[in-house]
Design a protein around this ligand. Structure first.
Ligand code: AP5
Length: 213
């Protein structure tokens, strides 16, 4: 099964994708994570995208489509979870073409609806384990032992450079201008299932499970 988790910054796409990887042996394809890896590797492409990401703008379609195409050629185990991709109509068209090219299909697009006030709170309180990528929050999801990851045991918590009020304003504008048109795009294709992403992490997971079944 191949699915898209669609939603604004902080909607909980990454949190829910990691659960699906655990529960269903799916593969999470997060273009945000791929771009952060490229940024950290110091390649020419990484340097190019670093400034764009820090400002909260979208990286070019060409770069992210290239990253996704590389991954689609690999093993797809229990299916792909597209997390943060597609984010523009050209990316959505490209994904459709790539899935056809690699003999694959898209099954469901889960739209996670969360209001702006909750998004600001989620983004400004987020921190992530530098070892395994587990996502935490100052209020709603703290590790059992302060500063130590529950999953991998490392003490390497990080906050993202773009998780600040200025960049978040731009990220939200980019979402409403360029990504939200995908809601209509996938609705028209009959692929869209919209869920309320405002509840507790467990409750949202249950809604996603229902949407996928
Ligand atoms: P990306 O990394 O994709 O960021 P994003 O879409 O802004 O999404 P986030 O990772 O911020 O949020 P999320 O929905 O995963 O929420 P999370 O689960 O972490 O992209 C970053 C940048 O890369 C972009 O701005 C752009 O520059 C570039 N980029 C990436 N893809 C691109 C593309 N396709 N095209 C062009 N450019 C691209 O949760 C957030 C917090 O809330 C956490 O602390 C979590 O613990 C907490 N939380 C989660 N769920 C709940 C809940 N139900 N209740 C309470 N708290 C919760």
């Amino acid at each position: 099964m191949n699915i898209i988790l669609l939603g604004p910054p902080g909607a909980g796409k990454g949190t829910q994708a990691r659960r699906l990887v655990e529960e269903r042996d799916m593969i999470q394809l997060s273009t945000g994570d791929m771009l952060r890896e490229a940024k950290d590797s110091g390649t020419e492409m990484g340097e190019k995208v670093a400034k764009v990401m820090a400002a909260g703008q979208l990286v070019t379609d060409e770069i992210v489509i290239g990253l996704i195409e590389e991954k689609l050629q690999g093993d797809n185990a229990g299916g792909f979870i597209f997390d943060g991709f597609p984010r523009t109509l050209p990316q959505a068209d490209a994904l459709g073409e790539l899935l056809t090219k690699y003999n694959n299909t898209l099954d469901v697009v889960v739209e996670m609806q969360v209001d702006d006030e909750a998004l600001v709170n989620r983004i400004t309180g987020r921190f992530t384990c530098g070892g395994c990528g587990e996502v935490y929050h100052d209020d709603t999801k703290r590790p059992a032992k302060e500063g130590v990851c529950d999953v991998c045991g490392k003490s390497d918590m990080k906050r993202r450079a773009d998780d600040n009020a200025d960049a978040l304003r731009t990220r939200l504008m980019e979402y409403y201008k360029k990504t939200s048109p995908l809601i209509g795009y996938y609705y028209a294709k009959g692929d869209l299932k919209s869920i309320n992403g405002l509840g507790e992490i467990e409750d949202v997971a249950a809604l996603i499970k229902t949407a996928l079944n």
